[in-house]
Ligand binder design. Structure first.
Ligand SMILES: CC(C)(COP(=O)(O)OP(=O)(O)OC[C@H]1O[C@@H](n2cnc3c(N)ncnc32)[C@H](O)[C@@H]1OP(=O)(O)O)[C@@H](O)C(=O)NCCC(=O)NCCS
Length: 167
């Protein structure tokens, strides 16, 4: 992990991030403009993982407008050559550590078939000894086009001092 740098994204990273997201199924594809906006407006709650100057991981998030104590993690993508090394988990550590002290919960949605997605969030919670809950959120009927349902994962409260110790 020493050769991986975790940092806030820059607008100049948006093209590489878009390429990473669009080549990592089953993530939903969005316009390149959206990633430019994320890098510009939401860089404090987004993180890239860089190896040899190449972006190999990305996590997008925002502070929930409904729950200002909650970081909502939206998309996470790790290049398949770098998977199962804890990079996604570290991306959440970094994103949460960039937030204000009052932000002590993490939420994300996961599709039931995406075992790696569920596991990295479970690993994040258990490393911090934080509560982990999962409940149905969006049904296939709501999401349309045969999209798998999305369950809501909620983690916390997190003891943020542990982020520095364990990161
Ligand atoms: C989901 C994703 C971001 C995880 O990235 P990652 O850096 O490999 O994640 P981590 O290494 O932190 O954790 C992955 C965990 O899942 C486990 N895992 C991987 N595939 C698994 C599977 N099919 N079944 C069960 N567990 C699995 C790994 O063993 C690891 O757990 P461990 O460290 O306890 O062994 C990556 O797989 C990815 O980019 N997938 C495609 C895009 C995607 O689905 N994004 C998530 C939805 S937003």
């Amino acid at each position: 992990m020493t050769s991986i740098i975790f940092r806030e994204p820059l607008v100049s990273d948006a093209n590489s991030i878009w390429n990473l997201v669009t080549s990592n199924k089953p993530l939903d594809e969005n316009s390149k403009y959206l990633y430019v906006l994320l890098c510009h407006q939401f860089s404090k709650t987004c993180v890239v993982a860089e190896h040899d100057s190449k972006i190999v991981g990305f996590l997008s998030g925002f502070i929930s407008p409904k729950n200002p104590d909650t970081l909502f993690v939206w998309q996470a993508a790790v290049d398949d050559k770098f998977r199962n090394k804890g990079i996604a988990k570290e991306l959440v550590f970094k994103a949460l550590s960039q937030t204000e002290p009052s932000v002590r919960f993490v939420e994300a949605t996961v599709t039931p078939s995406n075992k790696a997605s569920l596991k990295f969030l479970q690993n994040f919670a258990s490393q911090l000894d934080a509560n982990f809950t999962k409940m149905p959120l969006f049904s296939t009927e709501i999401l349309g086009n045969g999209h798998e349902p999305e369950d809501l994962v909620r983690i916390g409260p997190v003891q943020k001092n542990l982020l520095e110790v364990t990161a």
